[in-house]
Design a protein around this ligand. Structure first.
Ligand SMILES: Cc1cc2nc3c(=O)[nH]c(=O)nc-3n(C[C@H](O)[C@H](O)[C@H](O)COP(=O)(O)OP(=O)(O)OC[C@H]3O[C@@H](n4cnc5c(N)ncnc54)[C@H](O)[C@@H]3O)c2cc1C
Length: 480
């Protein structure tokens, strides 16, 4: 008997079979073991933006390819499910950035957006002397007095100077979000830096007081040591989650067309089927959730719709290392907007995680799209692949053509946290309070990365378990 449900069977529905929806189904099943959990996924496969393919011995990640270990939500879930994780290759660390057509190392100690070591900064060719001095003057810049949100560009230019913003912060930070740095919300995406400035007056002072031993260490650029991936690929996590659910919990090729309040729960309309559930999770991109709630919750729909989404493509290519004129350096590189190139970044996937390529092979992942380059996504696959490869080949001084190349498109898949995002999410939560048996999960609200999606699912499951507390359904009469 489930204490939360009073022992009578409840049905809970989950719309969307990406990492958020599957995690929500998993947490619901754990919290309400007597409840029947049903997940509807529109497409023919589970996983959404987590999709691993095997191509000629390569382990290819079409979407997300690793996740951060702090906060630990994803790692904890993997532990619980028995998913084997591997860390990034300790040999090949170091981030690179394109500078005047060359691939140049990010100065050691420059992590996320903070210089923590002076000597490597002084010797980097990435900044002029003026730019370096301005960056080193960060502790002298008075903190902002206003409490309102501001963009990444505004924060970084104010504290670190225009040059450090353009050459380091924009590609290293905005690149991760495929976002426009002039719109990306500091409070939503990088709130801890806002807190550092408020509490300590400058990033340097904050680092000195709090972070220097543990947080940043000697890292450069992205803190790669904090990232892991499932050994069998991101789809391995999806498979473990699906396996942990009771049989028949998941329906594929099952697009939910409509939902509406029904008695104390919800009526869910699919092509040729209708279901009644007591509670429902919408684990969808916000614009897709907006469509479903619009007929009976106009304001909620409007708020959800106002969260913008960006599109991108991941182009994966395999080459044989022996044919490369120059060895790849580090785990890849990011490309500042001011370089005017047609890609955002490239990562050497099999250097980062060596098990991803057969002996002698190199797997390259190239990112295209984001707000500035979205027009390129109109190109057909073969042309898009060629643009991506030409850019990487010219930057790495390679003449070879890849052994194979594949294009994976992610249309309106990346939530953009624009200035004011936290306020919008607060309003969404307020509006949602009117429907206690409805929960939202996904990348639109409190973090785009995999761990944050998992956490959003955990919170959604908790909300519904609470709402269903003491729920009693009429017990059907025993058949005679
Ligand atoms: C290219 C790319 C690279 C990324 N890289 C990383 C990374 O390296 N590390 C990291 O931590 N994060 C990364 N992210 C972010 C992270 O992968 C995503 O935020 C996360 O996977 C989103 O999961 P989700 O379940 O919320 O949404 P989705 O993965 O979008 O899943 C939503 C699911 O809902 C289904 N659906 C839609 N409408 C309906 C309907 N009406 N009925 C039923 N089903 C429906 C869709 O088919 C889909 O399967 C990346 C994202 C992208 C796009």
């Amino acid at each position: 008997m489930s204490p939360a449900t009073g022992g009578t069977e409840v049905r809970v529905g989950v719309v969307g079979g990406g990492i958020s929806g599957l995690s929500a189904a998993y947490f619901l099943h754990r919290q309400l073991p007597q409840a029947q959990v049903v997940l509807w996924e529109a497409s023919a496969r589970l996983g959404g933006a987590l999709h691993t393919q095997r191509v000629e011995g390569y382990c290819v990640e079409a979407g997300a390819d690793m996740f951060i270990t702090v906060p630990p939500w994803a790692v904890e879930l993997c532990k619980e499910l028995g998913v084997e994780l591997v860390g990034t290759n300790p040999q090949g660390q170091g981030a690179y950035v394109v500078h005047r057509g060359q691939v140049v190392a990010v100065p050691e100690g420059f992590a996320v957006m903070m210089p923590t070591r002076v000597l490597p900064l002084l010797s980097t060719p990435l900044l002029s002397w003026k730019g370096k001095l301005r960056l080193l003057a960060e502790p002298l810049i008075p903190p902002r007095q206003e409490m309102s949100d501001e963009s990444l560009a505004s924060f970084a230019i104010r504290r670190l100077g225009q040059e450090a913003f353009e050459r380091l912060v924009q590609p290293l930070v905005a690149g991760i979000y495929a976002a426009d740095a002039r719109r990306l919300s500091m409070q939503a995406a990088l709130g801890r830096f806002v807190q550092m400035e408020r509490r300590w007056g400058s990033l340097a002072a904050a680092w000195w007081h709090t972070q220097r031993d543990s947080f940043l260490g000697r890292a450069a650029g992205a803190r790669y040591g904090l990232f892991v991936a499932p050994r069998k690929g991101m789809s391995g996590l999806i498979q473990h989650l699906a396996d942990a659910l009771p049989p028949d919990s998941v329906q594929l090729n099952a697009p939910v067309l409509q939902i509406r309040p029904y008695e104390s729960g919800w009526q869910v309309q699919l092509p040729n089927q209708q279901h009644q559930v007591d509670a429902l999770v919408l684990a969808l991109p916000a614009w897709q959730a907006a469509r479903l709630v619009k007929p009976w919750a106009g304001k909620l729909a409007q708020l959800l719709q106002s969260i913008p989404y960006g599109s991108a493509a991941v182009v994966c290519a395999a080459v044989e290392e022996q044919h490369l004129e120059q060895k790849p350096r580090g785990f890849g590189f990011v490309v500042p907007e001011c370089e005017g190139r047609r890609i955002l970044a490239a990562s050497f996937s099999s250097v980062k995680f060596p098990h991803r390529a057969p002996q002698g092979g190199l797997l390259v992942r190239i990112f295209i799209g984001g707000s500035r380059l979205e027009h390129l996504l109109e190109l057909p696959d073969d042309q898009l692949a060629q643009v991506a490869w030409d850019e990487v080949a010219s930057l790495c001084r390679w003449k070879v053509q890849p052994r194979w190349i594949r294009v994976y498109r992610w249309d309106r898949a990346m939530a953009q946290y624009h200035v004011g995002h936290l306020e919008r999410v607060h309003q969404i939560r307020q509006e949602l309070a009117r429907w206690p048996r409805l929960a939202l999960a996904g990348n639109a609200y409190e973090g785009v990365g995999v761990p944050y999606c998992i956490h959003s699912a955990q919170q959604a499951a908790q909300r519904l378990a609470q709402a269903l507390q003491g729920h009693k359904k009429p017990v059907p009469a025993e058949p005679r």
